[in-house]
Design a protein around this ligand. Structure first.
Ligand code: G6P
Ligand code: MG
Length: 220
């Protein structure tokens, strides 16, 4: 069976988590809500709207809808100002090697991201061509940990979910991949991503032999 590989974007292909962090931290502190790396971890993979809801919950703050919408716009403007200065140096180590290897092995390759800025970012780092199909925050109604984004990716690749593998750096994303019935591979800290089928610190640690194993074995 042909295998499909679905990549998350932020934190898997590119190191944009630091930019989300800066923008959310500024916004939270303006509201008088403290914001640390621990909280940032809980926002990984979480949609923009849900992220702001969580920050307000942490601060025990309720704000009117128009203020809420305005903050979302401000956050994204600040975030985009960082993205605008991105270049290919910000592609995470060996991500391109893995993408290219999978292509030589005739695997389906999709992007499955919660971000509405996914296409902008892929263009910035010149990686759009590497993906057969892109599912992003504009294509889904249910955010990770709901499996919708990955199920749609599998559909577009025309490959059954059980023949798909997901690379994810967030807890919500690993849960989404598991809920989709796919092989879940965490990229990051195994203490955080313990629900994943496998965890690698980064793509450098993942050799082609392991990838071959993913291509040839069936999920049981
Ligand atoms: C990714 C990031 C999240 C971010 C979400 C929405 O999942 O990990 O931190 O909130 O995308 O991104 P956006 O670019 O649409 O604000
Ligand atoms: Mg991510």
């Amino acid at each position: 069976n042909k295998k499909g590989f679905i990549f998350d974007l932020d934190g898997v292909i590119v190191d944009t988590a630091k930019y989300h962090y800066l923008a959310w931290k500024n916004l939270a502190e303006e509201l008088g809500i403290s914001f640390s790396e621990i909280q940032n971890e809980q926002l990984k993979g979480v949609s923009r709207i849900r992220s702001l809801e969580k920050i307000l919950e942490w601060g025990n703050l309720e704000i009117p809808q128009d203020k809420f919408d305005k903050l979302l716009v401000e956050k994204n403007e600040e975030y985009l100002s960082y993205i605008n200065n991105m270049n290919q140096n910000e592609i995470l180590p060996d991500a391109v090697r893995v993408l290219e290897y999978l292509k030589t092995q005739n695997c389906g390759i999709a992007l499955g991201s919660a971000s509405k800025n996914a296409r902008i970012i892929l263009d910035k780092v010149n990686l759009r061509e590497h993906f057969e199909t892109i599912i992003d925050g504009t294509d889904v109604t249910k955010a990770k940990p709901d499996p919708e984004v990955f199920i749609k990716g599998a559909e577009r690749l025309n490959i059954a979910p059980e023949h798909c593998v997901v690379f994810e750096d967030s807890v919500a994303g690993i849960q989404a991949a598991n809920a989709a019935g796919m092989v879940s591979i965490g990229i990051g800290d195994s203490a955080i991503l313990y629900e994943a089928d496998y965890v690698f610190e980064n793509f450098k640690e993942m050799d082609n032999q392991f990838i071959n194993q993913l291509i040839t074995t069936e999920k049981v």
